[in-house]
Design a protein around this ligand. Structure first.
Ligand SMILES: Nc1ncnc2c1ncn2[C@@H]1O[C@H](COP(=O)(O)OP(=O)(O)O)[C@@H](O)[C@H]1O
Ligand SMILES: C=C(OP(=O)(O)O)C(=O)O
Ligand SMILES: [Mn+2]
Length: 529
C-alpha cells in the first residue's frame, strides 16, 4: 500500500515552477507555433501530428488496484490492474522529467456542466497543444472560479517520456494509468490527445454512479419543444455527426450524465472525426474548425494551408477538437431536461440490421447490455477495417464498473420517463463491409428526424424475422426498400446466411451476463441456431 497521500502527490505537480497556468487561447497558440509543435491552418486552427500513436492504445491503459478500487472495478482486459508501487514509481519519474523542461502548461477547469455535480480538474501537459486541446474540450473556469479552484483529479501528460516495460512495469513505452486513490491520470509515451479526454471520462464513469448519477457514452441535443434526445454509440458510429443538427440545439457530442434533474454534458467541447468531412454534408462541424481549434493528424496543403479531409496518409482517425461555443445552435450551459428519445447507434459491418427499428423496453435493455457495433478503423491502435464487436453500454473501453451498474440505472430511467428507444444502423447496407456500402447519411438523418419528431410512434411496422425488431414500413424522406435490409441485398440467400451468423453471435455474447431477468434474455434475436 502506498504511503504517499493524494495531497502530497498533487502538490508535487502543483508546485512545478516551470508551469504556465491557464494561458489564454491566443497565447497558447503562439506557444504552439514558437515551440514548433504545430502549424496554423487557413481557417486559423492549429494542426498537430502525433507520430506513432494516432488512436487510443487500450493495451496500455491501467487502473491502480488498491483497497479503494479492488472490489469496485470490473477487472479484465479493459480495466487492467497495476500496483500502486508501479504507478507511484512512474509518477515520480514523470514529474521529475517534466520539472526539467523549460516550460510546462496547466489548465484548470471542470468536467460536468452542472455546477453542483461537476469535478474540478487540472490538466498538466508537456505540450502547449495538449493544453490548448484541454482548453477546448473541458469546461473553462471564470476568473473568479479560478481563484478558488481546487483540483479533484489531475491529468499529467508527458508524451516524450517513454517507459521501459522491463524497468517500469508497463506494457510498452506508452501508458495511461488512473489512480483513484491519488486522483491522478498519468499519461506518457503517446501524443494522441483523445487519451486525455477519454481518461477523464473513465474517471467520471467511476465517480458518478456512486452518487446515483448515470454517466453515458452518448451525444445529446434538444428540440424546440424542449424534447431531449440521446445518441449512444461507440466511436465512429455518428454521435458527433448526428447530434450537430441545425434544427436542434446541441448539448454535447460524446459524454453525458443523467441526474434527477435531467442530462448535462461532461465536456465543454467536441472531438469530431474529420475523415471525408465536407461543408456540404456536415456544415456545423466544418465551420466550427476555427481559431483555437485543434486539427489532429489532418493533412494540410503546404502552400495554401487548406485542410485535405480526404487524405488518410497519417490515419483514418483524423480529428478536430473545438469548443462547443464554435457551434451556432447550442444550449448554454450544456444542461437540459429528461430525454424523450434514446437512439442506439450501431455500425453493423454485417449489413443485416435494419437502418431503424423501435425497441421495446426489454429489447432496449438487451441491446444496451450487448452493445453490438463495429470498431471502426483508426480509433484504437491495430484496428484497420471495421471489426464486429460487442461493447457493453456502447462504451466498454471507458467503463470501470460492471456493465450491469449502468444498464440498471438506464432501465430505471427509461421506465420513469417513458423514453422511446430506437436502434439505428449507421453501418453497412446492401451487403457486408467490403461488398455493401455505408448507410446514406441523408437517409440516417431523415430516419432520426422522424423518430425524434414522433413520426414513427404509430407507423405500421413489420417484425424482423431474425432479430425480432419492429421495422417501420414507411419513413418520410427514405425510400421504403432501404428500410428492410434483405431488400437491399442482391443475393437474398446471402443475407439470410449473414443474419443467422450475427444472431448467433448475439446469443453467444449474451451468455456472459448472469442474473439477467428472463424477459430481457428473451428480447434478443428470435433466430436461434
Ligand atoms: N449513415 C451515417 N450516419 C452517421 N455517420 C455517418 C454515416 N455515413 C457516414 N458517416 C460518417 O461516419 C462518421 C461518424 O463519426 P462521428 O460522428 O464522429 O462518430 P462518433 O462521434 O460516434 O465517434 C463521420 O465521419 C460521418 O461523416
Ligand atoms: C475519441 C474516441 O471516441 P469518439 O469517437 O466516441 O469520441 C475514442 O474512442 O478514442
Ligand atoms: Mn464523437
Amino acid at each position: 500500500m502506498s504511503n504517499v497521500s493524494q495531497k502530497t502527490v498533487v502538490t508535487e505537480v502543483e508546485q512545478m515552477e516551470n508551469t504556465h497556468h491557464n494561458l489564454p487561447v491566443p497565447t497558447l497558440v503562439e506557444k504552439v507555433l514558437s515551440r514548433n509543435e504545430g502549424i496554423l491552418t487557413s481557417t486559423g486552427a492549429i494542426r498537430a501530428t502525433t507520430g506513432k500513436y494516432t488512436g487510443r492504445s487500450p493495451k496500455d491503459k491501467f487502473i491502480v488496484r488498491d483497497s479503494l478500487s479492488e472490489n469496485k472495478v470490473e477487472w479484465g482486459s479493459v480495466n487492467q490492474p497495476i500496483s500502486a508501487d508501479v504507478f507511484l514509481n512512474l509518477y515520480h519519474k514523470v514529474v521529475q522529467y517534466l520539472k526539467e523542461k523549460d516550460e510546462t502548461f496547466s489548465f484548470k477547469g471542470y468536467a460536468g456542466a452542472d455546477q453542483n455535480l461537476r469535478l474540478p480538474i487540472q490538466v498538466v501537459t508537456e505540450y502547449a497543444w495538449h493544453n490548448l486541446f484541454a482548453d477546448q474540450m473541458f469546461i473553462r473556469p471564470t476568473d473568479e472560479e479560478l481563484q478558488y479552484h481546487q483540483s479533484g483529479f489531475t491529468v499529467v501528460s508527458a508524451p516524450t517520456f517513454k517507459a521501459d516495460p522491463e524497468i517500469d512495469g508497463t506494457h510498452s513505452e506508452a501508458f495511461v494509468m488512473i489512480s483513484f486513490e491519488h486522483k491522478i491520470v498519468l499519461i506518457g509515451g503517446t501524443e494522441y490527445a483523445g487519451e486525455i479526454k477519454k481518461s477523464i471520462f473513465s474517471v467520471m464513469n467511476y465517480i458518478l454512479p456512486e452518487r446515483d448519477i448515470l454517466s453515458m457514452h452518448c451525444s445529446a441535443n434538444v428540440g424546440v419543444e424542449g424534447d431531449v434526445a440521446l445518441f449512444f454509440g461507440l466511436s465512429g458510429t455518428g454521435k458527433t455527426t448526428l447530434s450537430a443538427d441545425p434544427e436542434r440545439k446541441l448539448i454535447g457530442d460524446d459524454e453525458h450524465a443523467w441526474s434527477n434533474n435531467g442530462v448535462f454534458n461532461i465536456e465543454g467541447g467536441c472531438y469530431a472525426k474529420c475523415i471525408n468531412l465536407s461543408e456540404e454534408k456536415e456544415p456545423q462541424i466544418f465551420n466550427a474548425i476555427r481559431f483555437g481549434s485543434v486539427l489532429e493528424n489532418v493533412v494540410i496543403d503546404e502552400k495554401s494551408r487548406v485542410a485535405d479531409y480526404d487524405d488518410t496518409t497519417l490515419t483514418e482517425n483524423t480529428r478536430a477538437a473545438y469548443s462547443i461555443d464554435n457551434i451556432d445552435n447550442i444550449v448554454q450551459p450544456s444542461i437540459a431536461g429528461h430525454p424523450r428519445t434514446i437512439v442506439f447507434l450501431t455500425a453493423d459491418a454485417f449489413g443485416v440490421l435494419p437502418p431503424i427499428s423501435k425497441l421495446t423496453k426489454e429489447q432496449a435493455m438487451y441491446h444496451f447490455l450487448s452493445g453490438y457495433t463495429s470498431k471502426l478503423a483508426g480509433t484504437e491502435r491495430g484496428v484497420t477495417s471495421p471489426e464486429a464487436t460487442f461493447s457493453t453500454c456502447f462504451g466498454a473501453p471507458f467503463l470501470p464498473l460492471p456493465a450491469a451498474t449502468y444498464a440498471q440505472m438506464l432501465g430505471e430511467k427509461i421506465d420513469q420517463f417513458s423514453a422511446n428507444v430506437f436502434l439505428v444502423n449507421t453501418g453497412w447496407t446492401g451487403g457486408p463491409y467490403g461488398e455493401g456500402k455505408r448507410m446514406d447519411l441523408n437517409h440516417t438523418r431523415a430516419m432520426v428526424h422522424a423518430a425524434l419528431g414522433g413520426e414513427l410512434d404509430n407507423v405500421e411496422t413489420e417484425v424482423d424475422p431474425y432479430f425480432g425488431l419492429a421495422i417501420p414500413t414507411h419513413c418520410p424522406g427514405v425510400p421504403s426498400q432501404v428500410l428492410t435490409p434483405k431488400k437491399t441485398w442482391e443475393q437474398p440467400e446471402e443475407y439470410d446466411q449473414k443474419a443467422k451468423e450475427l444472431a448467433t453471435k448475439f446469443h453467444e455474447n449474451f451468455k456472459k451476463f448472469n442474473h439477467i431477468t428472463e424477459d430481457i434474455q428473451n428480447a434478443g434475436p428470435i433466430y436461434r441456431p
